[in-house]
Design a protein around this ligand. Structure first.
Ligand SMILES: O=C(O)CCC(=O)C(=O)O
Length: 273
């Protein structure tokens, strides 16, 4: 393990969710986990992110998906010992949040850096706009629900930085399509029943706080009004029995894969049993 990390084994690299937090996640479809990640781990992640994307969060080649929400870059955390430790402990947390009655393990699906670039600057890559409200589930091309995103800001950020907000209980409304099919309309106009879902405030994240949202929960984020990137690291676990449904996936290259066969344990390892 990196010698600068791991000083406090109780919180390193993150703590475990509490029963109340699991209950909040099931009730509202998302949860804020305060003081969750060890700040030493955040320092390590920020150094890794700026190392591959530049201090401006915009020096990487385009990742090929045209959307204004953030600039993205695969983080490759499985190959980094400290990051893998975080991914595995997050797998254990995901198992608690998943709470399936069958004893289902948790699989790593993807991890990436997602800096939202400053709205006021001309950027090379896309990623300096607001994140329109959307649901993630359909973009991940898996055959069942249960997937979730651990959204980890790498510094303290408030709404001015373009932080997340959620439509409470929207995870109960089923699958709401792909945002690219809405013709530029707000998801709440396409599905007016979402107007009955209270919108959470934009989250203020103190250092170490994160949010977790179900891939069925509608969420969005404002523009980044800072003069620097809003850095976030996203880890996405899936239930281990989920399989690729054959649709074009945004998160992985399906070359050599067969629809409805299990994900390869090598590329998508089991991270919690
Ligand atoms: O980082 C953002 O602004 C949006 C993140 C997001 O849409 C997601 O985690 O699914």
């Amino acid at each position: 393990m990196d010698t600068a990390l791991g000083s406090n084994t109780e919180t390193y690299p993150c703590r475990m969710v509490t029963g109340d937090e699991v209950a909040h996640y099931h009730e509202y479809g998302w949860v804020q986990l305060k003081k969750f990640v060890d700040p030493a781990m955040l320092t390590h992640l920020l150094a890794k992110a700026t190392g591959i994307m530049g201090e401006d969060g915009d020096s990487n080649p385009s990742y090929g998906i045209e959307q204004p929400y953030f600039n993205a870059q695969a983080a490759g955390g499985l190959a980094n010992q400290a990051m893998r430790g975080l991914i595995e402990k997050i797998g254990r947390n995901a198992k608690h949040l998943l709470a399936r009655k069958a004893d289902v393990s948790v699989r790593y699906y993807t991890d990436f850096f997602a800096p939202k670039l400053p709205a006021a600057k001309k950027t090379k890559n896309l990623g300096n706009g607001p994140t329109s409200f959307h649901q993630d589930y359909i973009t991940f091309a898996v055959d069942r629900t249960g997937g979730m995103t651990f959204w980890i800001p790498l510094e303290e950020y408030g709404p001015q930085a373009g932080t997340m907000s959620f439509l409470n209980k929207s995870h109960r409304l089923g699958v709401l399509g792909n945002y690219t099919s809405y013709g530029g309309r707000d998801i709440r106009d396409v599905f007016p029943e979402l107007r009955d879902c209270e919108e959470s405030p934009q989250i203020h994240y103190e250092l170490g706080d994160i949010t977790v949202h179900s891939h069925l929960t509608v969420h969005g984020a404002g523009k980044n009004f800072l003069d620097r990137p809003r850095w976030a690291y996203l880890i996405l676990p899936q239930p281990a029995d989920a399989v690729w449904n054959g649709a074009p996936p945004e998160a992985f290259d399906p070359t050599g894969m067969t629809a409805y066969q299990p994900f390869s344990d090598e590329r998508f390892p089991i991270i919690a049993t």
